[in-house]
Design a protein around this ligand. Structure first.
Ligand SMILES: *[C@@H]1O[C@H](CO)[C@@H](O)[C@H](O)[C@H]1NC(C)=O
Ligand SMILES: *[C@@H]1O[C@H](CO)[C@@H](O)[C@H](O)[C@H]1NC(C)=O
Ligand SMILES: *[C@@H]1O[C@H](CO)[C@@H](O)[C@H](O)[C@H]1NC(C)=O
Ligand SMILES: *[C@@H]1O[C@H](CO)[C@@H](O)[C@H](O)[C@H]1NC(C)=O
Ligand SMILES: *[C@@H]1O[C@H](CO)[C@@H](O)[C@H](O)[C@H]1NC(C)=O
Ligand SMILES: *[C@@H]1O[C@H](CO)[C@@H](O)[C@H](O)[C@H]1NC(C)=O
Length: 253
């Protein structure tokens, strides 16, 4: 039994060491983040970014060199190159809108940064440019921060937009009103035609009332918009309540 376990463990362990990020088997949240990232189909991509004399070759849970190497990110300056982190020392953190992948245990700094080993992080954020890696921070001859940070856009990090097939309340309201108006016009026109033998514009039901409302609306526009008018004549609105002379003048043939 122990042998089977050992063999099983070795298979799992080895498959994770080479060409992939090595995640601790007992860290469930990290494992879940890793499984989600596998769906991005980004592992094995070889991203290169150039900045001020340094070229960075960045592997996403893969080595930019070859499948059996553990170096995850390589920085090349004019004639030196450093490994910035290894696939066998990986940390994954997921926040609300980002995932942070950190490779540790790279080459040591020389006489700076307490001679610590280099480590580098890639921040995955929502976006569509999966090839354009951005350098947010990098230790170079001109930048003495003891850190490397890259940012990469991944479409899968974007929030899922749920398509709402249902009509909104407002749309339903407008459709109902529109249908009622159409039915009113059609039925009214038929009624006017059959009952009163209407012709032309007379087909519109309650024509007189609509004319009055149209007149009021026009007056409203006049009153509100024509600011240059110096003396709006008094009782203008209320004139409409009396016999409607002006509109009849306009509308009658
Ligand atoms: C590039 O490096 C030079 C010196 O190596 C430095 O003067 C310059 O500010 C750097 N530029 C950027 C954008 O970091
Ligand atoms: C990744 O890119 C670097 C730099 O362009 C190159 O040297 C290396 O061979 C590439 N690796 C793979 C696996 O394509
Ligand atoms: C691939 O990786 C192995 C192990 O690190 C190394 O010995 C070999 O030189 C690498 N091959 C290339 C082409 O980089
Ligand atoms: C290569 O590095 C050495 C020291 O590591 C330096 O003296 C030399 O000038 C560098 N050569 C180039 C071409 O940058
Ligand atoms: C870093 O390493 C060098 C030797 O490579 C040593 O002389 C120096 O004291 C070390 N610095 C620190 C802060 O440990
Ligand atoms: C992606 O980013 C790179 C580098 O920032 C840029 O050169 C490239 O044009 C971008 N591609 C798209 C489709 O935006």
């Amino acid at each position: 039994m122990a042998i089977i376990y050992t063999v099983f463990f070795l298979i799992v362990y080895c498959s994770l060491v080479y060409g992939k990020c090595q995640i601790h088997q007992d860290d469930e949240s990290t494992q879940n983040v890793y499984k989600n990232m596998e769906k991005w189909k980004i592992f094995g991509n070889n991203l290169t970014v150039f900045s001020n004399g340094s070229t960075f070759s960045v592997g996403i849970c893969s080595s930019p060199y070859n499948a059996t190497d553990v170096a995850a990110i390589i920085q090349k300056e004019s004639n030196v190159s450093y490994v910035l982190g290894n696939l066998d020392r990986v940390n994954l953190i997921q926040g609300d809108k980002w995932i942070l992948l950190t490779y540790e245990n790279g080459d040591s700094y020389d006489n700076v940064c307490n001679n610590l080993t280099r480590s580098a992080s890639i921040m995955f954020v929502c976006g569509s440019n999966m090839t354009g890696l951005t350098i947010l921070q990098a230790h170079t001859t001109s930048n003495h921060q003891c850190n490397y940070m890259f940012q990469l856009q991944v479409p899968d990090m974007c929030p899922i937009v749920e398509k709402d097939d249902k009509l909104s309340g407002g749309a339903i309201f407008l459709i109902v009103i529109g249908s009622l108006a159409a039915a009113y016009l059609v039925l009214g026109a038929v009624y006017m035609h059959v009952k009163h033998g209407a012709r032309g514009i007379e087909h519109i039901p309650n024509l007189g009332m609509w004319r009055k409302i149209g007149g009021l609306a026009a007056d409203g526009c006049d009153f509100c918009c024509r600011c240059e008018r110096t003396s709006p004549h008094a009782g203008y609105f209320f004139d409409e309540l009396g016999p409607d002379v002006r509109d009849d003048d306009i509308l009658s043939p």
